[in-house]
Write a protein that binds this ligand. Structure first.
Ligand code: ARG
Length: 456
């Protein structure tokens, strides 16, 4: 099978080289984008008189036919034609004859492949933003149902201060909001057109890059042809944003695993989102959040992989750049898969508010509140902290919680204690008293929810 570039060669390529250098097995994912770019390119070639308008129409019709065949699964790609670009060009020439060979006028695979990747990431970035919003809505739904649900808030995974479960969940809303902002911002840099840069230096043909940008709905064209063909920052950026997003997903997943354990029993994941054990009949495993947590590894790997590929590459195109694709596809698929599952898993989980509430009554997480109580009565906070520390040691020795101590016991630590201390110690009071902006008190959560809903 003759290669599209066989002119300069006197021997066939070694089969192993064909297999080693080919990217068609994975870059066929870009077939639609490649055709989209070609349609715009050929339109411009026709309009600029570089080829005739008739030739442009014939080529466009041929590309449309291939597009239809692709959709019907009637296209066969071959390793001999190395990548999606040359496969499609070969198919076009087979379809419409030698005029198909005019498609590649004034362009190179280098600006072509970069354009395909920009088009691909633009679509994926927008799709991921939409999926993130579904997750955010699911969080809001659960939060609205759980403003009054109280559970221990943790620091160092030690019970710290009770919080509303809505407040805890909404923390993730804001993480995902930042991820969304980063993705949306990255669109500015994705939406720049490389096509027209040629192999690296531009082209001798009187092309109109701005027209192609307009046809493909790019905001601008790369101002430097060498940068255009070798820039992969937009992919690095996507992988970085994705990595941060996966950190958030992974942290939330970890909490879901912990909360659904026998030890916590704070939530129960819906049966449809869990799996069983092949040997232990009693098991109901949180495989989905575990896998979401685990998939973080491959996304970080994709980022580090591409950083490593790019480091030290001289300008402009190098074949190493072909290694930019699989990681990008993998990360996009991973994010789509993960976010698609997360939303319904969050929506269908059962919140065990009794378990959460009773956890709060069996700890010392209200200790700060009696320190604040003494501080409000004039004792310096540092001193109050010391006094309450002593009360906690005393209570632990007596195997009691702070609410179980009586007035005489409190008085023996400070004369400032009065009957109202017991109200201060109730979990509802402890949570409700944190009315500072962004705090866990119900009225603050209501405001937070309003802000959150405004973001969707
Ligand atoms: N398959 C190649 C890639 O993905 C396309 C660009 C090839 N360019 C070249 N000069 N060999 O990077």
């Amino acid at each position: 099978m003759a290669k599209l570039w066989s002119g300069r060669f006197t021997k066939d390529t070694n089969k192993l080289v064909d297999e080693f250098t080919a990217s068609i097995s994975f870059d066929q994912k870009l077939a639609n984008q490649d055709i989209e770019g070609s349609l715009a390119h050929v339109q411009m070639l026709g309009e600029c008189g570089i080829i005739t308008l008739d030739e442009a129409k014939t080529i466009q019709a041929g590309l449309q036919t291939i597009l239809e065949k692709l959709e019907k699964g009637e296209v066969e790609f071959s390793v001999e034609h190395e990548d999606v670009h040359m496969n499609l060009e070969k198919l076009l020439i087979d379809e419409i004859g030698p005029v198909g060979g005019k498609l590649h006028t004034g362009r190179s695979r280098n600006d072509q492949v970069a354009t395909d990747m920009h088009l691909y990431l633009r679509t994926k970035t927008k799709a991921i933003v939409e999926l993130l919003e579904k997750v955010q809505s699911a969080i809001i739904t659960q939060a609205k149902d759980n403003i009054k649900t109280i559970l221990p808030g943790y620091t160092h995974l030690q019970r710290a201060q009770p919080v509303s479960f809505a407040h805890h969940l909404l923390a993730y809303f804001w993480m995902f909001e930042r991820d969304k902002e980063r993705l949306q911002d990255s669109l500015k840099r994705i939406n720049i057109l490389p096509l027209g840069a040629g192999a690296l230096a531009g082209t001798t043909f009187p092309i109109n890059r701005d027209r192609v940008a307009e046809l493909l709905e790019f905001d601008d064209v790369y101002p430097n042809s060498m940068d255009a063909v070798s820039d992969r920052d937009f992919i690095l950026e996507f992988l970085s944003i994705a990595s941060i997003l996966m950190v958030h997903l992974s942290r939330l997943s970890e909490e879901m695993v912990i909360w659904s354990s026998q030890e916590f029993q704070f939530i129960e994941l819906d049966d449809s989102f869990c799996t069983g054990s092949s040997i232990m009949p009693q098991k109901k495993n949180p495989d989905v959040p575990e896998l979401l947590r685990g998939k973080t590894g491959r996304v970080f790997g994709d980022l580090v992989g591409l950083l490593t590929v790019l480091k030290g590459l001289p300008l402009a195109y190098n074949k190493d750049l072909q290694e930019d694709k699989e990681g990008m596809f993998d990360t996009a698929d991973t994010l789509e898969g993960s976010l698609t599952l997360l939303a319904p898993m969050l929506e269908t989980m059962t919140v065990n508010d009794m378990k959460m509430r009773s956890a709060v009554t069996q700890d010392y997480s209200n200790a700060t509140d009696i320190a604040d109580y003494l501080a409000t009565k004039g004792m310096p906070f540092r001193q109050a902290h010391e006094v309450i520390g002593k009360i906690v040691i005393y209570a632990i020795e007596k195997e009691k919680y702070l609410l179980d101590l009586d007035m005489d016991e409190y008085k023996s630590f400070s004369a400032l204690f009065e009957e109202d201390v017991f109200d201060y110690l109730e979990p509802e009071h402890v949570v409700g008293a944190r009315k500072s902006k962004g705090g866990t008190a119900a009225e603050q959560i209501e405001q937070q929810l309003e802000l959150a809903e405004g973001k969707l």
